[in-house]
Design a protein around this ligand. Structure first.
Ligand code: GRF
Length: 197
């Protein structure tokens, strides 16, 4: 059974969906550990309630390289095969990337490369796009720049607010992340020059 490591900083709805799909067998893996850099993240509380191994590793005041080395140690200790960032609000550096090459996924609420970074849904509304969506990609050292695994499109409605658009994108995120994890675990995703072969 493959082992997932989840990294989160907040609400954790993507994590909850992944956990549900691991339990049902829709994702052929188990969650080995849930780590949060925010000690009172709701997602961490949910993980504890589900009886999953959790680690609270506060990032405040810790130098990035040092923080990433600690993360790598915990993930190795839990024998993690694939790391899923699920609302983890930090950049990942070489100290973790080199230990888990092409084994870290992230989900982002826009059709990358449009609207990377924070508040992607607000950026999309302000730009006036008619279609946005969500993206699962491998993590590299950039901000939401790694090779794309999968995307889903979501139409922007005329009367959308940041909240209504985010809610509709989130429904698709929950579906997309599971599909992408299944594909990666099954070895269906390999890359040359960013393009899936
Ligand atoms: C999601 O919109 C995800 O795309 C982004 O952060 C948000 C996390 O939401 N990276 P949740 O914590 O999974 O509910």
């Amino acid at each position: 059974m493959k082992r997932l490591g989840i990294l989160l900083s907040g609400r954790g709805s993507n994590f909850e969906k992944i956990a549900e799909n691991c339990r049902s067998g829709a994702i052929p893996a188990e969650i080995a550990v849930v780590i949060s850099n925010v000690p009172d993240a709701k997602g961490l509380e949910t993980a504890r309630a589900l009886g999953l191994p959790t680690v609270s590793l506060p990032s405040k005041g810790v130098e990035r390289a040092d923080y990433d080395r600690r993360l790598a140690a915990i993930l190795l200790e839990h024998r993690v095969d694939l790391i899923c960032l699920a609302g983890f609000m930090r950049l990942i550096g070489p100290e973790l990337l080199t230990v888990f090459p092409q084994q870290i996924l992230n989900i982002h609420p826009s059709l990358l490369p449009a609207f990377p970074g924070l508040n992607a849904q607000r950026q999309a509304l302000e730009y006036g796009v008619k279609v946005t969506g969500c993206t699962v990609h491998f993590v590299d050292k950039g901000l939401d720049t790694g090779p794309i695994v999968a995307q889903k499109a979501v139409f922007v409605h005329e009367n959308d607010t940041e909240r209504t658009l985010s809610e509709r994108i989130l429904v698709q995120e929950h579906l997309l992340y599971t599909e992408a994890i299944r594909d990666v675990l099954a070895g269906r995703v390999t890359y040359k020059n960013r393009r899936n072969l």
